[in-house]
Design a protein around this ligand. Structure first.
Ligand SMILES: Nc1ncnc2c1ncn2[C@@H]1O[C@H](COP(=O)(O)OP(=O)(O)OP(=O)(O)O)[C@@H](O)[C@H]1O
Ligand SMILES: [Mg+2]
Length: 412
């Protein structure tokens, strides 16, 4: 019987909402068992967080799996407080961890079981500052290394925190900011080496860590992590996912409409597969006919995926460009993306024309241009093809084109 899959809800998925990734799970489990530190790399919405959550679920009988999300953290002391907090489900580690903060927790009235998690978080954070986070962080790692089961520490959104630290103060990437990031990343590196075999670290994030560190000349601080490139689903996996979702929701694909959906997307980023399905499902339920044809797929792609719904899902691709690129570089970056979407392929001569128009070879030398294209590739916007660059995803290409072509004249 064909499997049924429940639709995703919220951010990440695991268990009965998780699809595919068997090969990735096999390889990553082997790397983890070998004691490797891993940097999980992929563009947005590829399913990094879901994969980490699913791995944690599958490996929790053999490892203490800790999931640390640094999305909101701005300074190392925040991260250390968060690290102490995620020990909560593991009683003995939690008690030992809290022991490090006895002074800060002294003022807690009543037993710790009665105090809310958020309140403990506030107290822990109050016990940390720029002078003692290294010492407390080292002590936490020592506790982890003595745990009965080996520890798998998954750190999500580290690049967001590092990026925030690098730009702290609003004056761009200053030497002082670089120094702070170096201090934090070197501390993590030191502990990862010292406790190798006992603690495995897996890093990930919705923006790439390497390009962020590269801007500050700090790439070397992660050279002890083995990169693992999480790829889009292949067509077979995406088609299987659509069939399993349809099976669960009682959608009937006519004329192999699911194949047309995969063809439209071009690059099967799991999230895009899911939102496309959610869109056709809603359409079927609304008109009270669950049979879906290829013509309807094509129509929904144009009106919904590239329309308002897709708009909300895809604008982050535009917004986050300003995380990587300085303000004065953005017009050139956007022109590069618009030109590629309109022409289909971006060639070297056209790139040079755009540079002259939107910057100049003095303000944007060849190396800066190469770096720009490197980031756009690393982050899944473009890929190299024969004599130029093309979009990685048809969806992103078609959406960008629709959003930007109106007042754009194609360069030759
Ligand atoms: N293995 C999977 N099975 C089913 N759906 C998935 C899977 N992986 C990802 N998805 C879909 O993609 C969405 C985003 O997943 P997730 O948050 O794990 O991606 P991410 O790469 O961590 O994203 P971000 O770059 O924003 O951090 C999920 O809500 C779900 O719809
Ligand atoms: Mg994520």
């Amino acid at each position: 019987m064909t499997r049924k899959l429940r639709q995703a809800q919220g951010n990440w998925v695991d268990g009965d909402r998780f699809w595919g990734r068997e090969g990735d799970i096999r390889i990553l489990t082997q790397m983890i068992d070998d004691g490797a530190h891993i940097s999980l790399v992929a563009q947005r919405r590829m399913g990094k967080t879901s994969l980490m959550k699913e791995l944690a679920r599958l490996l929790s009988n053999r490892y203490v799996c800790l999931y640390l999300d640094l999305q909101k953290e701005s300074v190392p002391a925040d991260a250390i407080a968060e690290l102490a907090l995620v020990l909560k489900p593991h009683k003995s580690l939690w008690e030992k961890g809290l022991g490090l903060f006895a002074n800060a927790l002294k003022t807690v009235v009543g037993s710790l079981e009665e105090v809310s998690y958020a309140d403990i978080g506030i107290k822990l954070r109050a016990g940390l500052d720029s002078g003692n986070w290294i010492e407390k962080g080292d002590a936490l790692f020592r506790i982890l290394s003595k745990s009965e089961k080996p520890v798998l520490l998954m750190i999500d959104e580290l690049p967001l925190m590092v990026n925030r630290m690098l730009r702290e103060g609003g004056e761009g990437i200053t030497q002082e900011n670089i120094r702070q990031v170096d201090r934090f990343m070197s501390w993590l590196r030191k502990n990862s080496i010292e406790h190798q075999g006992k603690v495995r670290i897996m890093l990930s994030g919705s923006i790439g860590l390497e390009p962020v560190l590269h801007q500050a000349g700090l790439s070397a601080v992660i050279n002890n992590y083995q990169p693992y490139d999480l790829k889009p689903w292949n067509d077979e996996t995406a088609v299987g996912c659509l069939r399993a979702l349809a099976n669960h929701e009682e959608v009937i694909f006519e004329e192999n409409a699911e194949l047309a959906m995969v063809e439209k997307l071009g690059c099967c980023i799991p999230h895009h597969v899911q939102i496309f399905f959610a869109c056709v499902h809603k359409f079927c339920v609304y008109r009270d006919d669950m049979r879906l044809t290829v013509a309807e797929v094509n129509e929904l792609y144009e009106t919904e995926m590239l329309g308002l719904r897709g708009h909300a899902e895809l604008t982050h691709y535009e917004e986050r460009l300003s995380m990587y690129f300085e303000k004065d570089r953005l017009p050139l970056v956007k022109a590069i993306l618009t030109e590629t979407s309109v022409s289909g392929i971006l060639t070297a001569p056209v790139i040079l024309v755009l540079r002259e128009e939107y910057a100049s070879s003095e303000s944007c030398p060849d190396e800066a241009l190469a770096e720009m294209l490197r980031i756009l590739q690393h982050d899944g916007y473009l890929r190299k093809k024969c004599d130029g660059y093309v979009y990685e995803s048809n969806l992103l290409r078609d959406w960008w084109k629709k959003a930007h072509e109106e007042f754009y004249t194609r360069r030759k």
